[in-house]
Write a protein that binds this ligand. Structure first.
Ligand code: AIR
Length: 391
Protein backbone atom coordinates (compact mmCIF):
# COMPACT_ATOMS: atom_id res chain seq x y z
CA UNK A 1 0.00 0.00 0.00
CA UNK A 2 1.18 3.52 -0.76
CA UNK A 3 2.84 5.93 1.61
CA UNK A 4 1.85 9.60 1.35
CA UNK A 5 4.08 12.32 2.78
CA UNK A 6 2.47 15.39 4.24
CA UNK A 7 4.55 18.49 4.82
CA UNK A 8 3.51 19.94 8.17
CA UNK A 9 2.44 18.20 11.35
CA UNK A 10 -0.66 20.18 12.34
CA UNK A 11 -4.25 19.08 12.84
CA UNK A 12 -4.86 18.76 9.11
CA UNK A 13 -2.09 16.18 8.85
CA UNK A 14 -3.37 14.48 11.99
CA UNK A 15 -6.86 14.08 10.55
CA UNK A 16 -5.45 13.01 7.17
CA UNK A 17 -3.55 10.31 9.03
CA UNK A 18 -6.83 9.18 10.58
CA UNK A 19 -8.29 8.74 7.08
CA UNK A 20 -5.11 7.01 5.88
CA UNK A 21 -5.48 4.36 8.59
CA UNK A 22 -8.93 3.40 7.34
CA UNK A 23 -7.59 3.08 3.78
CA UNK A 24 -4.69 0.90 4.92
CA UNK A 25 -2.13 3.53 3.97
CA UNK A 26 0.69 5.18 5.83
CA UNK A 27 0.95 8.92 6.21
CA UNK A 28 4.50 10.11 6.78
CA UNK A 29 4.75 13.63 8.16
CA UNK A 30 7.45 16.25 8.07
CA UNK A 31 6.94 17.93 11.43
CA UNK A 32 8.80 20.60 13.35
CA UNK A 33 8.47 18.80 16.64
CA UNK A 34 7.52 15.40 18.05
CA UNK A 35 4.68 17.17 19.90
CA UNK A 36 2.99 18.43 16.73
CA UNK A 37 -0.58 17.08 16.40
CA UNK A 38 0.26 14.66 13.57
CA UNK A 39 3.72 13.72 14.87
CA UNK A 40 2.03 12.44 18.05
CA UNK A 41 0.13 9.83 16.05
CA UNK A 42 2.08 9.05 12.89
CA UNK A 43 4.43 6.06 12.88
CA UNK A 44 6.68 7.80 10.36
CA UNK A 45 7.81 11.22 11.48
CA UNK A 46 10.65 13.13 9.85
CA UNK A 47 11.63 15.99 12.12
CA UNK A 48 12.68 19.10 10.26
CA UNK A 49 11.61 22.34 8.70
CA UNK A 50 9.49 22.79 5.58
CA UNK A 51 12.02 25.45 4.51
CA UNK A 52 14.88 22.94 4.52
CA UNK A 53 15.28 21.14 1.19
CA UNK A 54 17.29 18.32 2.77
CA UNK A 55 14.46 17.64 5.24
CA UNK A 56 11.88 17.74 2.44
CA UNK A 57 13.97 15.24 0.43
CA UNK A 58 14.25 12.95 3.42
CA UNK A 59 10.48 13.06 3.96
CA UNK A 60 9.80 12.39 0.27
CA UNK A 61 12.05 9.35 -0.22
CA UNK A 62 10.03 6.34 -1.34
CA UNK A 63 6.65 7.98 -0.87
CA UNK A 64 4.01 7.83 -3.60
CA UNK A 65 2.91 11.44 -3.26
CA UNK A 66 3.99 14.50 -1.34
CA UNK A 67 1.26 16.85 -0.19
CA UNK A 68 0.63 19.65 2.32
CA UNK A 69 -0.86 20.53 5.68
CA UNK A 70 -0.05 24.23 5.08
CA UNK A 71 1.09 26.37 2.19
CA UNK A 72 4.37 27.73 3.49
CA UNK A 73 6.84 25.58 1.51
CA UNK A 74 9.16 27.63 -0.74
CA UNK A 75 8.26 27.13 -4.40
CA UNK A 76 11.88 26.63 -5.47
CA UNK A 77 12.17 23.65 -3.10
CA UNK A 78 9.06 22.08 -4.58
CA UNK A 79 10.38 22.59 -8.09
CA UNK A 80 13.63 20.93 -7.05
CA UNK A 81 11.69 17.94 -5.69
CA UNK A 82 9.63 17.65 -8.88
CA UNK A 83 12.85 17.74 -10.93
CA UNK A 84 14.13 14.86 -8.80
CA UNK A 85 11.02 12.82 -9.60
CA UNK A 86 8.93 13.42 -6.47
CA UNK A 87 5.17 13.32 -7.11
CA UNK A 88 4.25 16.70 -5.58
CA UNK A 89 0.44 17.12 -5.37
CA UNK A 90 -0.88 19.75 -5.83
CA UNK A 91 1.97 20.58 -8.24
CA UNK A 92 3.92 23.76 -7.47
CA UNK A 93 2.53 25.59 -10.50
CA UNK A 94 -1.00 25.15 -9.05
CA UNK A 95 -0.04 25.58 -5.39
CA UNK A 96 1.44 29.00 -6.12
CA UNK A 97 -2.14 30.36 -6.34
CA UNK A 98 -2.76 29.30 -2.76
CA UNK A 99 0.62 30.59 -1.58
CA UNK A 100 0.86 33.95 -3.26
CA UNK A 101 -2.23 36.12 -2.95
CA UNK A 102 -1.05 38.56 -5.59
CA UNK A 103 -0.45 35.76 -8.12
CA UNK A 104 -3.90 34.38 -7.24
CA UNK A 105 -5.73 37.70 -7.62
CA UNK A 106 -3.94 38.39 -10.92
CA UNK A 107 -4.61 34.91 -12.34
CA UNK A 108 -8.26 34.88 -11.30
CA UNK A 109 -8.79 38.32 -12.85
CA UNK A 110 -7.27 36.99 -16.09
CA UNK A 111 -9.68 34.07 -15.95
CA UNK A 112 -12.59 36.51 -15.55
CA UNK A 113 -13.37 35.31 -12.02
CA UNK A 114 -14.72 38.11 -9.80
CA UNK A 115 -12.30 39.16 -7.02
CA UNK A 116 -12.22 42.30 -4.84
CA UNK A 117 -10.39 45.29 -6.39
CA UNK A 118 -6.69 44.99 -5.54
CA UNK A 119 -3.28 46.46 -6.22
CA UNK A 120 0.29 45.46 -5.29
CA UNK A 121 1.85 47.69 -2.64
CA UNK A 122 5.50 48.45 -3.45
CA UNK A 123 5.70 51.58 -1.28
CA UNK A 124 3.38 52.80 1.50
CA UNK A 125 1.99 55.53 -0.75
CA UNK A 126 0.45 52.82 -2.99
CA UNK A 127 -1.70 51.67 -0.09
CA UNK A 128 -2.80 55.21 0.79
CA UNK A 129 -3.67 56.01 -2.82
CA UNK A 130 -5.69 52.80 -3.10
CA UNK A 131 -7.59 53.58 0.13
CA UNK A 132 -8.36 57.10 -1.06
CA UNK A 133 -9.71 55.71 -4.33
CA UNK A 134 -11.69 52.75 -2.96
CA UNK A 135 -12.69 54.07 0.46
CA UNK A 136 -11.75 53.45 4.07
CA UNK A 137 -11.34 51.14 5.84
CA UNK A 138 -9.36 49.14 3.31
CA UNK A 139 -7.61 45.78 3.57
CA UNK A 140 -3.86 45.21 3.57
CA UNK A 141 -2.66 41.64 3.18
CA UNK A 142 0.69 39.90 3.29
CA UNK A 143 1.17 38.36 -0.17
CA UNK A 144 2.50 35.16 1.41
CA UNK A 145 2.29 33.41 4.70
CA UNK A 146 -0.78 34.67 6.57
CA UNK A 147 -3.61 32.47 7.86
CA UNK A 148 -6.37 32.60 10.48
CA UNK A 149 -6.40 36.39 10.43
CA UNK A 150 -2.61 36.68 10.63
CA UNK A 151 -1.13 38.79 7.85
CA UNK A 152 -4.35 40.80 7.38
CA UNK A 153 -4.84 44.41 8.50
CA UNK A 154 -7.80 46.76 8.13
CA UNK A 155 -6.51 50.33 8.39
CA UNK A 156 -9.28 52.88 8.96
CA UNK A 157 -7.29 55.91 7.88
CA UNK A 158 -4.49 56.93 5.53
CA UNK A 159 -2.16 57.45 8.50
CA UNK A 160 -2.82 53.95 9.80
CA UNK A 161 -2.34 52.41 6.36
CA UNK A 162 0.92 54.29 5.95
CA UNK A 163 2.26 53.09 9.32
CA UNK A 164 1.32 49.44 8.75
CA UNK A 165 2.60 49.36 5.18
CA UNK A 166 5.89 51.04 6.05
CA UNK A 167 6.46 48.73 8.98
CA UNK A 168 5.66 45.53 7.07
CA UNK A 169 7.59 46.52 3.95
CA UNK A 170 10.58 47.40 6.13
CA UNK A 171 10.42 43.86 7.51
CA UNK A 172 10.50 42.42 4.00
CA UNK A 173 6.80 41.48 3.94
CA UNK A 174 5.33 41.83 0.44
CA UNK A 175 1.89 43.45 0.54
CA UNK A 176 -1.23 43.95 -1.50
CA UNK A 177 -4.10 46.33 -0.92
CA UNK A 178 -7.70 45.25 -1.38
CA UNK A 179 -11.09 46.91 -1.32
CA UNK A 180 -13.09 45.97 1.76
CA UNK A 181 -16.16 44.17 0.48
CA UNK A 182 -19.52 44.99 2.05
CA UNK A 183 -20.48 41.40 2.43
CA UNK A 184 -23.61 39.57 3.45
CA UNK A 185 -21.68 36.49 4.55
CA UNK A 186 -18.79 34.19 3.71
CA UNK A 187 -19.20 30.90 1.92
CA UNK A 188 -16.83 28.11 1.03
CA UNK A 189 -17.04 25.86 -2.01
CA UNK A 190 -14.86 22.80 -1.59
CA UNK A 191 -13.76 20.50 -4.36
CA UNK A 192 -11.27 17.70 -4.80
CA UNK A 193 -9.63 16.79 -8.10
CA UNK A 194 -7.45 13.87 -9.17
CA UNK A 195 -4.62 13.84 -11.74
CA UNK A 196 -6.92 11.75 -13.96
CA UNK A 197 -9.21 14.81 -14.00
CA UNK A 198 -12.10 13.52 -11.91
CA UNK A 199 -13.48 16.20 -9.60
CA UNK A 200 -16.21 16.32 -6.97
CA UNK A 201 -17.61 19.17 -4.91
CA UNK A 202 -19.21 19.09 -1.49
CA UNK A 203 -22.33 21.13 -0.76
CA UNK A 204 -21.48 24.85 -0.40
CA UNK A 205 -21.19 25.89 3.25
CA UNK A 206 -21.42 29.12 5.21
CA UNK A 207 -18.36 29.99 7.28
CA UNK A 208 -19.03 32.22 10.28
CA UNK A 209 -15.95 34.28 11.11
CA UNK A 210 -15.01 35.78 14.47
CA UNK A 211 -11.88 37.90 14.95
CA UNK A 212 -10.78 37.10 11.42
CA UNK A 213 -10.95 33.38 12.09
CA UNK A 214 -13.46 30.71 11.16
CA UNK A 215 -15.58 29.88 14.21
CA UNK A 216 -18.57 27.96 12.85
CA UNK A 217 -19.45 26.21 9.59
CA UNK A 218 -23.03 25.55 8.52
CA UNK A 219 -23.43 22.79 5.95
CA UNK A 220 -25.15 23.35 3.66
CA UNK A 221 -25.28 27.18 3.63
CA UNK A 222 -28.85 28.10 4.53
CA UNK A 223 -31.11 30.13 2.27
CA UNK A 224 -28.67 29.97 -0.58
CA UNK A 225 -30.51 29.89 -3.90
CA UNK A 226 -29.98 26.83 -6.05
CA UNK A 227 -28.57 29.09 -8.74
CA UNK A 228 -25.95 30.64 -6.47
CA UNK A 229 -25.02 27.25 -4.98
CA UNK A 230 -24.58 25.85 -8.49
CA UNK A 231 -22.55 28.91 -9.49
CA UNK A 232 -20.21 28.43 -6.52
CA UNK A 233 -19.72 24.71 -7.17
CA UNK A 234 -19.16 25.30 -10.88
CA UNK A 235 -16.60 27.97 -10.05
CA UNK A 236 -14.74 25.56 -7.76
CA UNK A 237 -14.77 22.83 -10.44
CA UNK A 238 -13.59 25.23 -13.15
CA UNK A 239 -10.82 26.68 -11.01
CA UNK A 240 -9.62 23.22 -10.00
CA UNK A 241 -9.36 22.28 -13.66
CA UNK A 242 -7.94 25.53 -15.02
CA UNK A 243 -5.32 25.81 -12.27
CA UNK A 244 -4.41 22.11 -12.45
CA UNK A 245 -5.22 21.47 -8.79
CA UNK A 246 -4.77 17.98 -7.38
CA UNK A 247 -6.21 17.17 -3.97
CA UNK A 248 -8.71 19.13 -1.93
CA UNK A 249 -9.24 22.84 -2.56
CA UNK A 250 -11.35 25.34 -0.64
CA UNK A 251 -12.61 28.35 -2.57
CA UNK A 252 -13.39 30.92 0.10
CA UNK A 253 -16.09 33.25 -1.18
CA UNK A 254 -17.69 36.54 -0.22
CA UNK A 255 -21.42 36.75 -0.93
CA UNK A 256 -22.40 40.40 -1.41
CA UNK A 257 -25.79 41.86 -0.54
CA UNK A 258 -26.61 41.83 -4.28
CA UNK A 259 -26.00 38.09 -4.54
CA UNK A 260 -22.61 38.35 -6.23
CA UNK A 261 -19.83 35.90 -5.40
CA UNK A 262 -16.23 37.12 -5.12
CA UNK A 263 -13.28 34.83 -4.48
CA UNK A 264 -11.47 35.72 -1.26
CA UNK A 265 -8.82 33.01 -0.89
CA UNK A 266 -7.86 29.61 -2.24
CA UNK A 267 -6.52 26.82 -0.02
CA UNK A 268 -5.12 23.71 -1.71
CA UNK A 269 -5.34 21.20 1.10
CA UNK A 270 -7.96 20.03 3.55
CA UNK A 271 -9.55 23.14 5.07
CA UNK A 272 -11.46 24.14 8.18
CA UNK A 273 -14.60 24.64 6.09
CA UNK A 274 -14.54 20.93 5.24
CA UNK A 275 -14.31 19.53 8.78
CA UNK A 276 -18.10 19.08 8.94
CA UNK A 277 -17.76 16.31 6.37
CA UNK A 278 -15.81 14.00 8.70
CA UNK A 279 -19.16 13.12 10.24
CA UNK A 280 -21.64 14.85 7.95
CA UNK A 281 -20.65 13.63 4.48
CA UNK A 282 -20.40 10.17 2.93
CA UNK A 283 -16.78 10.95 2.08
CA UNK A 284 -14.95 13.54 4.14
CA UNK A 285 -12.22 15.82 2.87
CA UNK A 286 -9.32 13.95 4.45
CA UNK A 287 -10.14 10.66 2.75
CA UNK A 288 -10.94 12.49 -0.47
CA UNK A 289 -7.64 14.35 -0.38
CA UNK A 290 -5.76 11.04 -0.13
CA UNK A 291 -7.83 9.48 -2.90
CA UNK A 292 -7.16 12.50 -5.10
CA UNK A 293 -3.40 12.80 -4.59
CA UNK A 294 -3.04 9.03 -5.19
CA UNK A 295 -5.29 9.20 -8.28
CA UNK A 296 -7.93 6.82 -6.97
CA UNK A 297 -11.55 7.28 -8.02
CA UNK A 298 -13.16 9.87 -5.73
CA UNK A 299 -15.82 9.18 -3.12
CA UNK A 300 -19.46 10.23 -2.86
CA UNK A 301 -19.60 13.68 -1.25
CA UNK A 302 -23.29 13.80 -0.38
CA UNK A 303 -24.46 14.98 3.04
CA UNK A 304 -25.70 12.44 5.58
CA UNK A 305 -28.14 14.80 7.34
CA UNK A 306 -30.21 17.85 6.35
CA UNK A 307 -27.77 20.01 8.30
CA UNK A 308 -24.36 19.61 9.93
CA UNK A 309 -22.81 22.34 12.05
CA UNK A 310 -19.11 22.40 12.87
CA UNK A 311 -17.93 24.60 15.74
CA UNK A 312 -14.24 25.15 16.39
CA UNK A 313 -12.89 24.61 19.88
CA UNK A 314 -10.64 27.64 20.36
CA UNK A 315 -8.17 28.05 23.19
CA UNK A 316 -9.57 30.27 25.98
CA UNK A 317 -7.65 33.40 27.09
CA UNK A 318 -6.62 31.31 30.10
CA UNK A 319 -6.85 27.54 30.12
CA UNK A 320 -9.67 26.51 32.51
CA UNK A 321 -8.74 24.79 35.77
CA UNK A 322 -10.92 21.80 34.82
CA UNK A 323 -8.89 19.27 32.82
CA UNK A 324 -9.73 18.57 29.19
CA UNK A 325 -10.50 15.01 30.23
CA UNK A 326 -13.11 16.13 32.74
CA UNK A 327 -14.60 18.57 30.25
CA UNK A 328 -15.00 15.70 27.82
CA UNK A 329 -16.79 13.57 30.44
CA UNK A 330 -19.28 16.35 31.08
CA UNK A 331 -19.73 17.03 27.39
CA UNK A 332 -20.56 13.40 26.67
CA UNK A 333 -22.95 13.30 29.62
CA UNK A 334 -24.90 16.26 28.31
CA UNK A 335 -24.62 15.95 24.53
CA UNK A 336 -24.14 12.32 23.55
CA UNK A 337 -24.52 13.05 19.83
CA UNK A 338 -21.70 15.64 19.69
CA UNK A 339 -18.84 14.31 17.54
CA UNK A 340 -15.59 15.51 19.07
CA UNK A 341 -12.27 15.92 17.28
CA UNK A 342 -9.36 17.03 19.45
CA UNK A 343 -5.99 17.90 17.97
CA UNK A 344 -3.63 17.18 20.88
CA UNK A 345 -2.59 20.84 21.00
CA UNK A 346 -1.73 23.09 23.91
CA UNK A 347 -4.44 25.59 24.91
CA UNK A 348 -3.47 29.05 23.72
CA UNK A 349 -5.89 31.93 23.24
CA UNK A 350 -7.90 31.56 20.01
CA UNK A 351 -5.78 28.65 18.81
CA UNK A 352 -7.77 25.95 17.01
CA UNK A 353 -7.44 22.99 19.36
CA UNK A 354 -10.36 20.86 18.20
CA UNK A 355 -13.82 20.94 16.71
CA UNK A 356 -17.32 19.57 17.26
CA UNK A 357 -19.72 18.30 14.62
CA UNK A 358 -23.44 17.99 15.25
CA UNK A 359 -25.88 16.59 12.69
CA UNK A 360 -29.63 17.17 12.62
CA UNK A 361 -32.71 18.60 10.96
CA UNK A 362 -33.15 22.12 12.33
CA UNK A 363 -30.29 24.51 11.77
CA UNK A 364 -30.99 26.69 14.84
CA UNK A 365 -31.13 23.66 17.16
CA UNK A 366 -28.05 22.02 15.66
CA UNK A 367 -26.03 25.23 15.69
CA UNK A 368 -26.87 26.06 19.29
CA UNK A 369 -25.86 22.57 20.36
CA UNK A 370 -22.57 22.60 18.44
CA UNK A 371 -21.60 26.06 19.69
CA UNK A 372 -22.61 25.22 23.26
CA UNK A 373 -20.48 22.07 23.11
CA UNK A 374 -17.46 23.89 21.62
CA UNK A 375 -17.71 26.75 24.12
CA UNK A 376 -17.85 24.22 26.95
CA UNK A 377 -14.72 22.47 25.71
CA UNK A 378 -12.88 25.81 25.40
CA UNK A 379 -13.99 27.50 28.62
CA UNK A 380 -15.53 24.84 30.91
CA UNK A 381 -18.62 27.06 31.01
CA UNK A 382 -22.05 26.16 29.65
CA UNK A 383 -23.54 29.05 27.70
CA UNK A 384 -27.01 28.18 29.03
CA UNK A 385 -25.91 28.45 32.66
CA UNK A 386 -25.96 24.71 33.43
CA UNK A 387 -23.76 23.86 36.38
CA UNK A 388 -22.24 20.40 36.00
CA UNK A 389 -21.72 20.02 39.75
CA UNK A 390 -25.04 21.55 40.81
CA UNK A 391 -28.26 19.72 41.71
N1 AIR B 1 -3.56 25.23 9.06
C1 AIR B 1 -2.79 25.42 7.98
N2 AIR B 1 -3.21 26.53 7.34
C2 AIR B 1 -4.24 27.01 8.00
C3 AIR B 1 -4.46 26.19 9.11
N3 AIR B 1 -5.39 26.34 10.04
C4 AIR B 1 -3.44 24.15 10.07
C5 AIR B 1 -2.34 23.18 9.71
C6 AIR B 1 -1.16 23.73 10.48
C7 AIR B 1 -1.83 24.16 11.75
O1 AIR B 1 -3.07 24.75 11.31
O2 AIR B 1 -2.72 21.90 10.14
O3 AIR B 1 -0.16 22.77 10.69
C8 AIR B 1 -1.04 25.17 12.56
O4 AIR B 1 -1.79 25.50 13.70
P1 AIR B 1 -1.16 26.35 14.94
O5 AIR B 1 -2.31 26.53 15.86
O6 AIR B 1 -0.08 25.49 15.54
O7 AIR B 1 -0.68 27.63 14.35
Amino acid sequence: MPTVTMVGGGQLARMTHQAAIALGQRLRVLAESQDDPAAQVSPEVVLGSHTDLAALRKAAVGSHALTFDHEQVPTEHLEALVAEGVNVQPPPQALIYAQDKLAMRTKLSELGVPVPAFVPVAVAADAVRFGDEHGWPMVLKAVRGGYDGRGVWMPETAAEAETIARDQLAHGVRLLAEARVDLKRELSAMVARSPYGQAATWPVVETVQRNGQCAVVIAPAQELSEDLAAEAETLALNLAERLGVVGAMAVELFETHDGILLVNELAMRPHNSGHWGMDGARTGQFEQHLRAVLDYPLGDTSALAPVTVMANILGAPEAPAMSMDERLHHLFARIPDAKVHMYGKGERKDRKIGHINVLGDEVAVVREKAERAAHWMSHAVWTDGWDPHGE
